[in-house]
Write a protein that binds this ligand. Structure first.
Ligand code: IPM
Ligand code: MG
Length: 351
C-alpha cells in the first residue's frame, strides 16, 4: 500500500488553526478508508520571514517536488508589508511548481447562507478554472520617470499560446469528465483587451472542435459578475485568466456563503498540487478559535480527490454538507455556534 507524502504549510494568522482541523479530518478519514500518509510541516510565512529575513529558502522548491500533495493554511502577516509574502511564498510556489491551474468550486450547501434571494443549492453549483501562471500575475512591466509628474507605470498581461492552451485543455477535460451540464464558458474581455483575448478565444474555438460533447459559450468578465448575481444557475464550468479568475472567485465565494467555506486547488496535473482555503490569514481572529475551518477541510477533500482517494474525498464533502445543513448557525467567523475545533469534530463525527 502506498504511503502518501503530504507537505503541510500552516502559514500565518488563523492558518495553523484551520490546518489542524483539516489534518484532524484527514487522520479520521484515512482510518475509515484505509489509506496511509505521512506529513512534513514547513514553517514558511510571516513569522519565519521576520526572524530570518528569508521568504522562501532555495531548497524549498526541489524539496516540495518530492511530495504527493501540499496543504496550505494562509500567508500574510500584519507586520510585513503587503506583497512580500504573497509574492515571495504563495505566488512563487504556484509559479515554480508550475501549478498552472487554480481550481475553485463554487457550491452552495444550504440556502440559508446565500446572500442572493431565492437561490437554492441546485442554483449555485459551478467551478471556475483560473489560469494560475501567467497574465498580469507574471509581474511584467516597468516604471518610466518614477516620481515625476510625467510618470508612467506599465503592467503587462503576458499570455503564451502554450499557457493558454494547457489551461483551456484542462478546462475542456474537466467539463467533459465532471461538468453537470457539459457546458464550458470562456470568461474574458474580447471587446477591449484585443491581444490577450484574441489568443484565448481563437485557442478556445480550436480546442472546442476536439470536444464535440462539450457545449461552449462566452461572456465578458463584467457581464459574468452580473450573471453571478442574477442567474448563477446558468454556469457549469468557467475558464478564465489569472486576474479575472482572482476577482470572480471572491464573488463566487460570497455566493456559496463566504470565505469560511471557499476552497481551491493550485494544480499541476503532472506534478505536485497545493490545496488551500482561499480566505486570508485573518489576523484579528488569530488564536480565538472562532474561524471557520470548513474551507480548509474542503481543501483537504480536494487534495484527496487529486491524489486519487475519491471515496475519502466524497465522504468529507458529504460530511461537510451535513454539518453545514444541520449544525451551523452561520458560516462566518465567531457566528457558527461552535468553535473552530468543535466544527472539525463535527465533520469527523459525520464522516
Ligand atoms: C488568491 C489570493 C492571491 C491571489 C493573493 C493573496 C496573492 O487573492 O489566492 O486569490 O491574488 O491569487
Ligand atoms: Mg484572490
Amino acid at each position: 500500500m502506498k504511503t502518501y507524502k503530504i507537505a503541510v504549510i500552516p502559514g500565518d494568522g488563523t492558518g495553523p488553526e484551520v490546518v489542524a482541523e483539516g489534518l484532524k479530518v484527514l487522520q479520521a478519514v484515512s482510518q475509515k478508508r484505509q489509506f496511509k500518509y505521512e506529513t512534513v510541516h514547513f514553517d514558511f510565512g510571516g513569522k519565519r520571514y521576520l526572524r530570518t529575513k528569508e521568504v522562501l529558502p532555495d531548497s524549498a522548491i526541489p524539496e516540495l517536488k518530492k511530495f504527493d500533495a501540499m496543504f496550505l493554511g494562509a500567508i500574510g502577516h500584519p507586520d510585513v508589508k503587503p506583497g512580500i509574502l504573497e509574492k515571495g511564498i504563495l505566488l512563487r510556489l504556484r509559479f515554480d511548481l508550475d501549478q498552472y491551474i487554480n481550481l475553485r468550486p463554487i457550491q452552495l450547501f444550504d440556502e440559508r447562507f446565500c446572500p442572493l434571494k431565492n437561490k437554492k443549492p441546485e442554483d449555485i453549483d459551478f467551478v471556475v478554472v483560473r489560469e494560475n501562471s501567467e497574465g498580469l500575475y507574471k509581474g511584467m512591466g516597468e516604471f518610466q520617470d518614477k516620481g515625476t509628474a510625467g510618470e508612467v507605470a506599465i503592467q503587462i498581461s503576458y499570455n503564451t499560446r502554450k499557457g493558454v492552451e494547457r489551461c483551456l485543455r484542462y478546462a475542456f477535460e474537466y467539463t467533459k469528465k465532471y461538468g453537470k451540464k457539459k457546458q464550458l464558458t470562456l470568461c474574458g474581455k474580447t471587446n477591449v483587451l484585443t491581444f490577450a483575448w484574441d489568443l484565448w478565444e481563437r485557442t478556445f474555438h480550436e480546442l472546442a472542435k476536439e470536444y464535440p460533447d462539450v457545449k461552449t459559450s462566452y461572456t465578458h468578465v463584467d457581464a459574468t459578475t452580473m450573471w453571478f448575481v442574477k442567474n448563477p444557475e446558468w454556469f457549469d464550468v468557467i475558464v478564465t485568466d489569472n486576474m479575472f479568475g482572482d476577482i470572480i472567485t471572491d464573488l463566487g465565494a460570497m455566493l456559496q456563503g463566504g470565505m469560511g467555506i471557499a476552497a481551491g486547488g493550485n494544480i499541476n496535473p503532472q506534478g505536485v498540487s497545493m490545496f488551500e482555503p482561499i480566505g486570508g490569514s485573518a489576523p484579528k481572529y488569530t488564536g480565538q478559535k472562532v474561524i471557520n475551518p470548513l474551507a480548509a477541510i474542503c481543501a483537504m477533500g480536494m487534495l484527496l480527490r487529486q491524489i486519487g482517494e475519491t471515496a475519502a474525498a466524497e465522504s468529507i464533502e458529504d460530511s461537510v454538507k451535513t454539518v453545514v445543513k444541520t449544525k451551523l448557525k452561520d458560516l462566518a467567523a465567531g457566528k457558527m455556534g461552535y468553535s473552530t475545533t468543535e466544527v472539525g469534530d463535527l465533520v469527523v463525527k459525520n464522516l
